[in-house]
Ligand binder design. Structure first.
Ligand code: UN1
Length: 509
């Protein structure tokens, strides 16, 4: 990525990591962002200090009073401008995502497309923040419910979707009349700086005040300031289950709201009637796309024993074709892991698979030599395991695909698929209506996302996104996920000159 391209996104060699809009500041520690693609330093970002953090929250509190008074469709107009700008910048922002995070350029562009899509969704939503009208049990009374802005929404996001997850939260929160304070991942700080610059320019051009959109930079300590802060009614956090448990407990202690989008352990059930070609493409994209670092990545294939050997062979053959290398080179299917810590986690997972009795069908190794100097490129692994292995129960953020056999009815496969602590995404490949419907029924998948004849990753923004159990229970993005960004109020109006009480209670003075 050239310095000219970086400059088009407002990235300099040294960047301030705190912004309330057009004002940028930061005096804290320096984070150096290096590309996992080649190990080279991209740029530096200064972290937020506690004092600066308070300045940001004070600006957000002031801005909230103005922003919430602007009619929702007018707020939608600002989000429309954000979507338009993102259309223009899609190639270069997609490139930054690919370069700083390591996913393929195609996927980097796909991530920016998700941003554009959610902006479009939010623009429409800005005219549809509907409540219900309710028939009162009392004569001459009217009831309805309505939704008001919550205030400040704190967004904590992860490295794997360094721009899209922000936009899911930002676009909805903004049309809902909230102001946003975002802490991106310290592994992808430049993506956050770039997004903030894009939105800040639009807010400024619309003569809107400081503090409607802010970013802060830093690690867990900065996240803890947000979670503890009573001035932030909603914390939306995406990341590991370990992080989510800490955030949830801290926010619950002050009875704040949290929206948690945590780990997955996503499976595809491969039934005897499945279409083999579709199954292989879905499984391979799900397992090696983003180098297995999506929360929706396919981790497990639960395959019927009658077709197990056939699926296994087709998969091993498909894995031989996977090209690993610079994600900006469109010939490659898979880029690097985010950093060498992730590489070590991948290696230790492979050791654990072997120690528990699993068998690796492809060689798991760290690639060396030309083009692999960053030390973050690994080979994708297929492993034969049993579902109950400790390592299989755990989400390893790496391209490791587990093969698990089932023998009887599809209900056996469903109980294996549900037999993990996480509950994000799931899929069944079948041409059997009974199996498909059972999988989608109350006795079927226990995940927030359940698909038929597509894989586990690549959800569209139109649906509510999130999962159950250790995935955290939150829903972001489409459908009616917007409701979590607003406070709900029930109103009862009496237009008579009597005061009848509910439940027929008599109370005369
Ligand atoms: C994530 O991995 O944090 O369904 C989000 C998908 C994407 C979003 C993934 N639309 O894979």
């Amino acid at each position: 990525m050239t310095s000219k391209e970086l400059q088009a996104l407002g990235i300099e060699a040294e960047n301030l990591g705190t912004s309330t809009g057009s004002k940028w500041f930061a005096k804290g520690d320096i984070i150096s962002s290096s590309s996992p693609t080649n190990g080279k330093l991209i740029a530096k970002v200064q972290c937020t200090t506690r004092k600066e953090y308070d300045k940001v929250i004070e600006a957000a509190e002031k801005a909230e009073l103005i922003w919430r008074d602007i009619p929702a469709p007018k707020r939608g107009e600002v989000v429309r401008q954000l979507g338009d700008k993102l259309r223009e910048l899609k190639p270069v922002l997609g490139k930054l995502v690919s370069y700083e995070m390591g996913k393929s350029y195609q996927e980097g562009m796909g991530e920016v497309q998700e941003m554009i899509d959610i902006c479009d969704f939010a623009v429409g939503l800005s005219r549809q923040l509907y409540g219900n009208t309710i028939h009162s049990e009392r004569p001459g009374h009217r009831m309805y419910d309505q939704y008001h802005p919550l205030g400040i929404v704190g967004i904590i996001s992860a490295f794997n979707f360094p721009v899209a997850v922000w936009s899911w939260n930002a676009a909805l929160a903004l049309v809902c009349g909230d102001v946003i304070v975002w802490k991106g991942s310290e592994k992808t700080p430049l993506c956050a700086v770039a997004c903030q610059k894009i939105l800040a320019d639009i807010l400024k051009a619309n003569k809107l005040p400081e503090g409607i959109s802010s970013i802060i930079s830093g690690g867990a300590e900065v996240g803890a300031w947000m979670s503890e802060d009573e001035r932030i009614p909603l914390i939306s956090a995406t990341g590991s289950t370990r992080m989510g448990k800490i955030v949830a407990a801290t926010v619950a202690k002050r009875l704040g709201k949290s929206l948690l989008e945590l780990g997955g352990n996503n499976a595809i059930i491969v039934t005897p009637s499945s279409d083999l070609k579709m199954t292989i493409i879905g499984a391979v994209f799900g397992a090696v796309g983003t180098a297995g670092q999506r929360c929706t990545s396919t981790r497990r294939l639960i395959i019927h024993d009658s077709i197990y050997d056939q699926v296994k062979k087709a998969l091993v053959d498909a894995y031989k074709q996977i090209k690993i290398g610079d994600p900006l080179d469109s010939n490659n299917h898979m880029g690097p892991l985010i950093d060498t810590d992730a590489v070590n986690m991948y290696l230790s997972a492979l050791d654990k698979i072997k120690a528990e009795g699993g068998k690796l069908l492809t060689k798991g190794e760290v690639l060396k030599g030309k083009g692999y100097e960053s030390g973050c490129y690994v080979t994708p692994v297929i492993a034969e395991v049993e579902n109950h292995y400790e390592i299989v129960q755990h989400e390893t953020f790496a391209p490791i695909l587990y093969l698990i056999k089932y023998s009887g009815e599809v209900s056996e496969a469903i109980s294996l698929q549900n037999g993990v602590r996480q509950g994000l995404s799931s899929a069944i490949m079948t041409n059997n209506l009974r199996e498909a419907e059972l999988f989608l029924s109350q006795n079927g998948s226990d995940c927030g996302i359940a698909n038929v004849n597509i894989g586990t990753s690549g959800a569209e923004i139109g649906g509510a996104f999130g999962g159950e159990k250790e995935t955290g229970g939150g829903r972001e993005s489409g459908s009616d996920a917007w409701k979590v960004y607003m406070r709900r109020q029930t109103n009862t109006i009496n237009y008579t000159s009597n005061l009848p009480l509910a439940q027929g209670i008599k109370f005369d003075l």
